[in-house]
Design a protein around this ligand. Structure first.
Ligand code: HEC
Length: 138
């Protein structure tokens, strides 16, 4: 999938992170990162999630819930049969792009006591790429 930034850059190789960082601008916010996000890069990064999460329609839960359709789904609700912690359940509402970004940056800060044993993705471009990939899984 070509993003607007890729079209402007004329050439959008599979791993053009430096160019994408530059295209995000001088002090990028979440929306800027989303603008230069690459779902294919996110698919590769998802290898770090795949030990615990499947993402395809109808896939079984693993250590973590199946994430098919997670963007816009209720928090602690994308996979209704999964045994979520009270820590995540008490968040309420739905998984917006902003909330997914905060969650993936630091799961323990977003939902203290969550059972998601993952330290988070410190790089905002990594998070934007993974979220772009998750958006496609619906
Ligand atoms: C070591 C296992 C593990 C890894 C690695 C992991 N997760 Fe999770 N994830 C979990 C568990 C367990 C939960 C449920 C947390 C709870 O109930 O507190 C969860 C919950 C989630 C949820 C919330 C689902 C819902 O229904 O609300 C999202 C979104 C998510 N993970 C995304 C990711 C992404 C993206 C990655 C990779 C960048 C990742 N996780 C890496 C175990 C993991």
């Amino acid at each position: 999938m070509l993003t607007g930034a890729c079209l402007l850059l004329a050439a959008c190789s599979a791993d053009d992170r430096a160019a994408r960082r530059a295209a995000a601008g001088p002090s990028p916010d979440r929306a800027d990162w989303a603008r230069v996000a690459d779902a294919r890069a996110g698919e590769r990064l998802f290898a770090r999630c795949a030990a615990c999460h499947a993402v395809h329609r109808g896939a079984p839960d693993r250590n973590g819930p199946t994430l098919f359709g997670v963007v816009g789904a209720p928090v602690a609700g994308v996979s209704p049969r999964f045994g979520y912690t009270a820590a995540l359940q008490r968040i309420g509402g739905r998984w917006t792009l902003e909330r997914l970004d905060a969650w993936l940056a630091d799961p323990q800060a977003f939902a203290p006591g969550t059972s998601m044993g993952f330290p988070g993705l410190a790089d905002p471009l990594d998070r934007a790429d993974v979220i772009a990939y998750l958006k496609e899984q619906r």
